[in-house]
Design a protein around this ligand. Sequence first.
Ligand SMILES: [Zn+2]
Length: 198
Amino acid sequence: MSEFLTIDTASGVVTEEIIEPLKVFGENHPMLSVAIPEYKEAIPNPSMKNLVARLKMTMKLYNGIGLSANQCGIFQRVFVIGTEHFQIACINPKVVAKSEELSRENEGCLSFPGMFLRVERPTWVDAEFYDETGAFKQIRLEGLTAKCYLHELDHMNGVKFIDHAGPLAVQMARQKQGKLVKQIVRIQKNAKKMGNKK
Ligand SMILES: [Zn+2]
C-alpha cells in the first residue's frame, strides 16, 4: 500500500488516497480473451490516475515488466510496462511501424505463473499512446521493451502469448511449469516445517 495525494486544482484541497494492489487473474479469466475497446474518457481523470497507480504497484509487487488492466479483470484499454525504476502507462496503445526483422525471445506472463515460451516478434516498434497525464507519446521501443509492449498490446486485443506458439511448444512449457509449481510447493512446505521446529 502507498499513499497517493490528489490535489483539486480549483479548490486546492488535497485528498489522501490509499492505493492498494490489484488481484492478477489466471489464464482462464474471460476478460483475457476479448478485445478491449478504445478508452473514451478525457484524460487526466482521477479514476484512470488511480487505476494506473494500482497497475504500477501490482506490476512491481509481482516482479513483472508489464501488466494489462484486463489481467486484473478491469475492462479498460490500458497497460503499464517498465522495471522497478521506470514505468510508463499506455492508454489506447498503437503500433504505427515495426521492424521487418523478427527475433525469438523467452516470454512469461503474470496470468501464466511459471510458464515461459519463446515468442517471435519484431525487434523494434514505433508506438503511439497516451499516458495517465493525458500526454500523447510517440516513441520507438527496442529490444525487451518492444517485446513487452507488443505482449501487452496483445492482451488489449484478447490475444495470449500461448497463441503465438505451436501446440508442442505449449505442451512442453506446461510440463516445465508443472514441475516448477511442484518445486515451489515443496520449498514452501519445507520452510513451514522448519518454522515449526523453532
Ligand atoms: Zn501477459
